[in-house]
Design a protein around this ligand. Structure first.
Ligand SMILES: NC(=O)C1=CN([C@@H]2O[C@H](COP(=O)(O)OP(=O)(O)OC[C@H]3O[C@@H](n4cnc5c(N)ncnc54)[C@H](O)[C@@H]3O)[C@@H](O)[C@H]2O)C=CC1
Ligand SMILES: O=C(CO)COP(=O)(O)O
Ligand SMILES: [Zn+2]
Length: 353
């Protein structure tokens, strides 16, 4: 008897393009959301997006509550939940980079309340996914949460965000190549649940981005368009899979561990890009695609070395040798690398000197 079933949760509206910041209220109407929203934002995104959107709401007779967060922590999620209850809001709007959106996502899950994602940076594919990722002490919780009801991505705002944030988004997409290699390996060796549709979509997204790398240049709104579309597509791959597997393998373990060893040293996407160079080498050896990954990263100005990340060589080695422990996700790292092997891959790929 056939007993398989799946539940794919996706945003209902995805609005991308120039000036769509002004369409948040239309999206709210389209979704039939009633009552008062709570905006979750951080200081700069508040200026560039949350305050102007709040002015639109006020002009329409809706008075949004606003919480500004500085860090993505479980305390911040608590603060948002308390504010939502105290202000009697009926939906949430995350406005900012990954931190503000993750907090909105996790709070929305807890409150059983819908949320909108309004990214101000095309910095990674969490802006559209149904996974929330918050560091907690020695571990990182990548938890199933709510997908946004809608994503409103204004390419005018995204193009004016610091260029580094956009190159980080590109690198997060390029890392899909190795995430999918890890996923297939885990399926073969550990029989983990696997979706060929999600894997193919994730790989194709990385390919399209790399093929369009010459369109990705600072100050070009078209770059924000190309990168944002890729981030949406990668998010959809995760939704189809029901896990972050299509976009998160050993290169993400490496990055999550760096977040603990060298907090705030480099952006998420930049770290996973460098991780991806090394894990591609581990999968395929000297003649595999690690050079293509490195060259694609370098063509869009993303870091390819420890020095460019601003992280010292010893921290890179420590992360490589310990990151398999932080999460129960089988990857090419298996039960872990020893120090000599880690130094070898990092040196051969030019990540460390
Ligand atoms: N849920 C998921 O699947 C994922 C979640 N994450 C989480 O996302 C967070 C990292 O996200 P990021 O976006 O890299 O960091 P972030 O949210 O801290 O943003 C980086 C910086 O850019 C600033 N910024 C954002 N938009 C701007 C704009 N338009 N103009 C000027 N400055 C702007 C922010 O204020 C912040 O200082 C981490 O907490 C990480 O754990 C990362 C990847 C995936
Ligand atoms: O960053 C992600 C995908 O790009 C999310 O992955 P995690 O599940 O490892 O947090
Ligand atoms: Zn990522």
């Amino acid at each position: 008897m056939f007993e398989k079933s799946t539940w794919i949760r996706l945003p209902r509206n995805v609005v991308v393009g120039h000036g769509v910041r002004d369409e948040v209220l239309d999206v709210v109407d389209d979704l039939h959301l009633q009552g008062r929203p709570l905006f979750i934002t951080s200081p700069t995104p508040r200026e560039v997006a949350a305050d102007p959107i709040a002015a639109d709401f006020e002009a329409a007779g809706i008075d949004p509550a606003i919480v500004t967060i500085e860090k993505a922590t479980f305390d911040a999620v608590e603060r948002v939940i308390e504010a939502a209850e105290a202000e009697e809001v009926s939906y949430l709007v995350g406005i900012g980079g990954g931190k503000a959106i993750d907090i909105a996502k996790l709070a929305s899950h807890h409150l059983d309340m819908g949320f909108l994602s309004v990214p101000t940076a095309a910095s990674h594919d969490g802006i559209v996914s149904n996974r929330g990722s918050v560091p907690d002490g020695d571990s990182r919780h990548s938890v199933a949460a709510e997908p946004p009801l809608a994503v409103v991505a204004d390419t005018g705002i995204l193009a004016e965000a610091p260029w580094d944030l956009t190159t980080a988004g590109c690198a997060d997409i390029i890392s899909n190549y190795t995430a999918v290699m890890d996923w297939r390996l885990a399926q073969r060796l550990q029989d983990v649940e696997y979706s060929e549709y999600a894997a193919a979509l994730s790989e194709m997204t990385a390919e399209i981005l790399v093929d369009n790398a010459d369109l990705i240049r600072p100050g070009l709104e078209e770059s924000a368009w190309v990168v944002t579309k890729a981030l949406m597509s990668s998010g959809v791959a995760m939704s189809i899979a029901g896990s972050s597997r299509p976009a998160s393998g050993a290169e993400h373990l490496f990055s999550h561990q760096l977040d603990r060893l060298a907090p705030e040293a480099a952006l998420h996407g930049h770290q996973v890009g460098v991780g991806s160079i090394m894990t591609a080498y581990l999968h395929q050896g000297e003649n595999g695609i690690w050079r293509d990954i490195r060259d694609a990263l370098s063509s869009i100005d993303a870091p390819t070395t420890a020095a460019e990340l601003g992280i010292d060589d010893e921290t890179i080695i420590e992360s490589l040798t310990t990151c398999h422990e932080i999460r129960d996700r089988y990857t090419i790292l298996g039960n872990g690398m020893n120090e000599r092997a880690a130094r070898d891959v990092a040196t051969k790929t030019g990540v460390i000197d």
